[in-house]
Design a protein around this ligand. Structure first.
Ligand SMILES: [Zn+2]
Length: 267
């Protein structure tokens, strides 16, 4: 199973099914978030962008010791190196996405998130989100190395409040600057804080401050899907059974089994 720890990977860290939306920011956007746990959940993933041109990744069954077969790991080392398909260590945390942050004349304003049609959606204030960050390398630190460094002054990330901003579109989707706002001392204090930030009271409940169930959310993609995209990319020959199957190349939404629910904030 996955480890929860602050151990940064050596070197550059190369190395499902999601029911909860992933936290992300549009370029230029700033949000206020609360971390609900200290150390991130460490997961080895193969990033599939090079194959599918979609921002998706495959939780490696073998490297995470949750299965005994991984079609990507089975590729030759040469192909994995060439395509950047080695598993990479990423860190997951559970955050509450309180809302957009704006400063007006030195005063901070928390406003509801805006959906892709530009409508404010107060019913999404305080939503629980999966925060997926990379470690980067010692030479080029990314999200978790930056947060680990900032954490040293606070002692923990648990129940800490941050203003996060993504400056440019090449910056990580979870943001490029992290400004510490405050540290709360209990789950009850988090719920009170949400109220004080204008989160609608009908959204505030005790289970909102519980960590995501990672073994439920972070599942490897199906073997059928992975072998399908590897075959399409010409990295393996098409599986025998699929040659006669009329539906080879299962629709992505079915095959991934995840993110079929429409994220109203995704563009
Ligand atoms: Zn693998």
């Amino acid at each position: 199973m996955f480890n929860q720890s602050w151990d940064a990977p050596q070197g550059n860290g190369n190395g499902g099914e999601k029911r909860t939306y992933t936290f992300w920011l549009r370029p230029g956007e700033a949000k206020r978030i609360i971390f609900l746990q200290d150390a991130p959940i460490q997961v080895w993933e193969h990033e599939l962008y090079v194959l599918t041109k979609k921002s998706e990744s495959h939780v490696c069954p073998v490297r995470n010791k949750i299965g005994d077969h991984c079609a990507i790991c089975d590729l030759s080392d040469e192909i994995k190196k060439d395509k950047g398909l080695w598993p990479r260590l990423v860190g997951y945390s559970t955050v509450l996405d309180i809302g957009m942050v704006e400063w007006r004349n030195g005063e901070v304003m928390i406003t509801p998130p805006v959906d892709r049609d530009g409508n404010p959606r107060p019913e999404f204030m305080g939503s629980k989100r999966l925060f997926r960050g990379k470690w980067g390398s010692e030479e080029k630190p990314s999200t978790w190395r930056i947060l680990a460094d900032k954490r040293q002054r606070i002692g923990t990330l648990m129940f800490t409040v941050w203003d996060v901003k993504r400056l440019g579109n090449k910056d990580p989707r979870v943001g490029s600057t992290f400004e510490f706002v405050t540290k709360l001392d209990s789950k009850e204090a988090v719920l009170e804080y949400l109220k004080s930030m204008g989160v609608p009271t009908d959204r505030i409940s005790a289970d909102l401050v519980e960590m995501i169930n990672y073994s439920q959310e972070l599942k490897p993609l199906s073997d059928q899907y992975i072998t399908g995209i590897l075959a399409t990319a010409g990295l393996i020959s098409a599986p025998v059974a699929s040659e006669s199957a009329p539906n080879f190349g299962v629709p992505l939404s079915d095959a991934t089994g995840g993110n079929t629910v429409d994220d109203p904030f995704d563009m």
